[in-house]
Write a protein that binds this ligand. Structure first.
Ligand code: AQP
Length: 342
C-alpha cells in the first residue's frame, strides 16, 4: 500500500518522520527516475528528515568496472543536487561509506527464505535481460531493506516498480522482529503522480537496462532525437487518423509538462495535430524544464571537491543513527562483545 505525497501527513519538525530512498549509480538519470521518484525526493526534504543514498553496492550487480562505478556515483550525486536536493535540507550518502548496510543485510539474510527472493518480479526481469545471476542479484531486496531500516525510515519515495520490494522489506522486518523483538518499523512507499513512466518503446517501463530512456541531462538535440523516436498509438497510422491519448505515451508525458495537456489531447483526438507536432512540443518542453537544472549541474561539476565534501558530511551526519541502530541489533542477535551484567 503506497500513498501519494498529498495524502502523507505533515510531520512537525521536532518529531519529523524519517524518509530514505536509494538510487543506483548505474547510468544517467532519466525521466522515469525523475518523475517517478526524484520529484518526491525534492518535495520531501522540507517535510521529513530525509536521507538519500547513492547505492553503489547495488550497482555492482551490473557495473563491473571500478573506475566506471566511481564516476557514475559522482555523476549521480551531481544529478541529485541539480534536480534540487539541498545538502542543507537533506542528507546524501554513498552506500559503501556506511559498511553497516552490508552487515545488516547479512543479518536479514538469516531470516529470509530463498523462495521469497526467487519470486521477486525484478529478479525474474533482470535474469531475462541477461544480468549475471549472482547471489547479490537475488539478495538485492534484502540489502534494500537494510538500506531503509538501518535509519528506521518509515517512508520511501520510489516508483511503482519498487512496490514489490517494499512489500518484501516489510516482510523481512516482520520476520526479524518476530525472531528478535520489535526493533524496526515497517516502511511504506510514497508514490508520485507518475508512478510508472513508460520508455521510448511505448511498451516497457523506462529503464536504463532496457535502453528506452530519455536522460534528463542529455544535450537538447539528443532529447529531440529520443522524443522523435518515441512509439505512439500503434493504431494511428495516417496523419488523419484520430489519436488515442490514453494509450499514447507522448500524450501521457505531456501531463507532466504543462497545464494545457487536455487541449493537446483534444488536438490528437480530432486529428487537428499529428504525432510529429505533439512530439516536437514535448521535446521542447522537456528541454526547457531541465535547462536551469542542466546549468546548475554544469556549475557544480566545475567544483572538483564539492561532491566528495557533500558525501563526507552525509556519512558523518548519519553515523550516530547507524551506530544506535546497530548497537540495538547486535545486542539482540548476539554479535559483538558480551555486555557486562549490571
Ligand atoms: N520508469 C520508471 N517510472 C517510475 N519510476 C521509476 N524509477 C525508475 N524507473 C522508473 C524509480 O527511480 C528510482 C531509482 O531507480 P534506480 O535507478 O535505482 O533503479 P531502477 O528502478 O532499476 O531504474 P532503472 O532505470 O530501471 O535501472 P536499471 O535498468 O539499471 O535497473 C526508483 O525509486 C525507481 O522506482
Amino acid at each position: 500500500m503506497g500513498q501519494t505525497l498529498e495524502e502523507s501527513p505533515k510531520a512537525p519538525s521536532a518529531t519529523r518522520e524519517r524518509v530514505f530512498s536509494g538510487i543506483q549509480p548505474s547510468g544517467a538519470s532519466h525521466l522515469g527516475n525523475y518523475l517517478g521518484a526524484q520529484v518526491n525526493y525534492v518535495a520531501l526534504q522540507d517535510r521529513y528528515d530525509a536521507i538519500y543514498g547513492i547505492v553503489d553496492l547495488h550497482a555492482l550487480t551490473t557495473i563491473h568496472d571500478g573506475d566506471t562505478l566511481r564516476s557514475l556515483t559522482h555523476d549521480m550525486v551531481l544529478d541529485l543536487l541539480a534536480v534540487g536536493l539541498d545538502p542543507a535540507r537533506c542528507t546524501l550518502i554513498r552506500q559503501s561509506d556506511i559498511p553497516e548496510h552490508a552487515e545488516l543485510c547479512w543479518l536479514f539474510d538469516t531470516v529470509v527464505p530463498v523462495s521469497w527472493l526467487e519470486r521477486t518480479p525484478t529478479y525474474k526481469e533482470k535474469r531475462e535481460q541477461g544480468v549475471d545471476n549472482s547471489n547479490a542479484l537475488l539478495s538485492y531486496p534484502v540489502l534494500q531493506a537494510a538500506d531503509i531500516v538501518i535509519y528506521k525510515a518509515t517512508k520511501v519515495p520510489v516508483g511503482k516498480d519498487q512496490a514489490p520490494h517494499l512489500e518484501l522489506s516489510r516482510e523481512i522486518v516482520r520476520a526479524f522482529n518476530h525472531r528478535y523483538g520489535p526493533i524496526f518499523p515497517e516502511p511504506q512507499p510514497v508514490f508520485t503522480e507518475a508512478p510508472v513512466v513508460i520508455g521510448t518503446d511505448g511498451a516497457r517501463k523506462m529503464s536504463k537496462s532496457a535502453g528506452n530512456t530519455i536522460p534528463i541531462f542529455a544535450a537538447p538535440d539528443e532529447i529531440r532525437r529520443l522524443v522523435m523516436s518515441m512509439v505512439t498509438d500503434p493504431l494511428r497510422i495516417r496523419r488523419t487518423d484520430p489519436g488515442r491519448p490514453e494509450v499514447c505515451n507522448v500524450c501521457q508525458l505531456h501531463r507532466f509538462f504543462g497545464d494545457d495537456f487536455e487541449s493537446i489531447w483534444d488536438g490528437e483526438r480530432s486529428a487537428r495535430t499529428g504525432c510529429v507536432d505533439t512530439k516536437k512540443l514535448l521535446a521542447e518542453r522537456i528541454i526547457e524544464r531541465f535547462r536551469p537544472m542542466r546549468e546548475r549541474r554544469e556549475q557544480l561539476a566545475a567544483e572538483p571537491d564539492y561532491v566528495e565534501e557533500v558525501l563526507r558530511a552525509g556519512a558523518e551526519k548519519v553515523r550516530p543513527i547507524v551506530e544506535a541502530t546497530m548497537a540495538e541489533v547486535r545486542a539482540a542477535v548476539g554479535t559483538g562483545p558480551r555486555r557486562a551484567a549490571r
